[in-house]
Write a new protein. Structure first.
Length: 579
């Protein structure tokens, strides 16, 4: 029996491979060359893990499904370029009785093994793992080395624009470039949404916004401020000589294998220019309404609204509350070949396949109003306007909705009823608001309690009252259905809530990730009558609650009861209901 036949026998015995699939792989091997294992992976008839497990058994090698970045001996990476590791999918792990254990995804890469032996100066002991796990380990261990870059007082530096390459591949650049690269990479690693570089009297302070909260992460000597700002400006294509005016730009970089878009804003201050970088990770954007925190009742209502032929759906909330994500998820839900969808945004945060997206450009007078006016000549079914900022944009959006178009947009207000009065304050006629607006969504983002370190405790009567519930209502809700729960986040027992503690998995914050809380107001007859009377926001809110609207705090209370977040977090982002 040949080696290939022995390997095939193991596959037929221990994997889900069929004889027909084996014959197909053998034919591919005959035509295209390579090993049987490579042919199987090329045809994707088996998961990579099954192929490698069988190969490890055949070659008497070890297979592992767990690779720990903390266990990697960093000294072994000194002479190993990351490009070599990524190209051949190999990484030394640690020394073992004079040999070096090496994770690799292809045991037949003989030349790579020989080169690795030479680079490390020792015999290697191969450990098989899937290519995805090996690549992830490479990114994590080299990222750990990159994040330790600091600026020394005696270092000289210079800056040049660079190609779209992975920033952790850069090892021979000037210190200031490596420092800025490490700053960005660490932010991605810690799930930050923003980087703030702020000039102080003696130092430059760097803060990350993680899950909506700012944390100080690094300081540098103030002498480096001009070079740090210049480096970021070069990356963003801004004018490095202009220091008196605010500037906006964009950076696109590959970071640990991911394409990251960054929005850069600079502003002059009394102590020098400050820089804010908003990080947009395309791989983490949620484009599914069912996954952003809408409960089943809200989801049903939203799905009905976004499939109407005309009208305006407004999403309200402060900056950073997830409004754009909600609109993108809504657009994705109705994005079909029979619909012509156009958007005008400031800026285009994520590019959606099948949707025509335009970015505003005030320098050439491409404003929301002008872009929206132009869209009406393109026979659209659905239009998204990034934000209604003025009367002109509001009036064009309303006219578009009244002439058979569905319009999505955002407003900066504290709750859904306030959006009505905001439009009236812009001098939009109340009868136009009442006849065009079909629904308003207010939202906030609350941090989810860390599943690794959360702790149960009893909720006090004052805390329950602060959520707008009685003790009986709280216990009744807790005994009901909890659509958001899973094995990692089971609902706490009735009368109990989760408390944030803090552990290494959540960077000692007690929270990991965020979820939306929502307030959905539909314009029923009573609410429309109040709009026509130009009633204040409180009167509209009372009528909406009486008609069944759940306020932001009420929805937050439901997510506390479900075990998704904490009472303290809901109190932090919502205000007490006047109703």
């Amino acid at each position: 029996m040949t080696q290939e036949q022995a390997f095939a026998a193991i596959l037929l015995r221990d994997s889900t491979l069929t004889r027909e699939q084996l014959e197909q792989a053998a034919e591919s091997q005959r035509l295209e060359g390579g090993t049987l294992a490579e042919a199987l992976l090329r045809l994707r008839v088996l998961p990579e893990e099954q192929v490698l497990r069988a190969l490890a058994q055949h070659l008497a090698l070890e297979f592992t499904s767990h690779l720990d970045a903390e266990a990697v001996d960093a000294s072994l990476l000194a002479n190993l370029p990351i490009n070599f590791a990524k190209t051949h999918l190999v990484l030394p792990l640690h020394r073992d009785d004079g040999r070096i254990r090496v994770a690799l995804a292809n045991p037949h890469a003989i030349f790579a093994a020989d080169d690795l032996r030479t680079l490390l100066g020792a015999e290697i002991l191969p450990v098989l793992a899937t290519s995805e796990r090996v690549l992830d380990l490479i990114n994590r261990v080299y990222a750990k080395r990159t994040s330790t870059v600091e600026l020394e007082e005696n270092e000289e530096f210079q800056g040049n624009a660079e190609e779209l390459v992975d920033i952790i591949d850069v090892t021979d650049e000037a210190p200031i470039i490596r420092w800025v690269n490490s700053l960005i990479f660490q932010a991605i690693k810690e799930r930050a949404s923003d980087i703030h570089v702020e000039p102080g009297e003696r130092e430059v302070v760097v803060r990350y916004r993680i899950d909506g909260v700012l944390y100080e992460v690094r300081r540098a000597n103030r002498n480096y401020l001009p070079s740090i700002v210049a480096r970021v400006k070069i990356m963003a294509g801004l004018n490095i000589a202009e220091k008196r005016l605010p500037q906006d730009g964009r950076i696109r970089r590959r970071i640990a294998g991911k394409d990251i878009d960054m929005r850069v804003a600079t502003a002059p201050t009394a102590r020098g220019e400050r820089v804010t970088i908003r990080l947009l990770d395309k791989s983490t954007v949620v484009l599914n309404l069912a996954e952003i925190g809408l409960d089943p009742a809200h989801l049903t209502q939203i799905n009905e609204l976004i499939r109407r032929p005309n009208g305006i759906l407004l999403v309200t909330g402060p900056t950073g509350s997830g409004k754009t994500t909600t609109l993108y998820a809504a657009l994705s839900a109705i994005n079909t070949p029979d619909k012509n969808i156009l958007t005008i945004e400031d800026p285009v945060e994520y590019q959606l396949e099948g949707i025509s997206q335009t970015q505003v450009n005030p320098k050439i007078e491409l404003t929301f109003a002008n872009g929206l006016r132009s869209f009406l000549r393109h026979d659209p079914d659905v239009i998204m306007v990034g934000e209604i900022r003025d009367l002109e944009t509001a009036e064009i959006a309303i006219q578009a909705s009244l002439t058979g178009h569905l319009v999505f947009s955002t407003l900066h207000t504290n709750d859904a009823p306030s959006a009505i009065t905001r439009l009236v304050d812009m001098d939009v006629e109340p009868f136009l608001v009442a006849s065009s607006v079909i629904g308003l969504v207010a939202q906030r983002l609350v941090r989810k309690v860390c599943p690794e370190c959360k702790r149960l405790r009893a909720a006090t009567a004052d805390e329950i009252a602060g959520l707008g519930l009685s003790v009986e209502q709280f216990r009744s809700e807790a005994a009901g259905d909890h659509p958001f729960n899973d094995a990692k986040r089971p609902a706490p027992p009735p009368g109990m809530v989760y408390q944030a503690v803090g552990c290494p998995a959540c960077l000692d914050t007690g929270y990991a990730g965020r979820v939306g809380i929502y307030e959905l107001m539909l314009l029923g007859e009573e609410v429309r009558a109040l709009v026509l009377k130009q009633s204040d926001a409180n009167a509209i809110k009372r009528a909406a609650v009486a008609a069944g609207m759940r306020t932001l705090r009420m929805d937050g209370a439901r997510k506390v009861i479900c075990g998704m977040t904490t009472i303290e977090e809901v109190m932090r982002v919502t205000q007490e209901d006047a109703v």
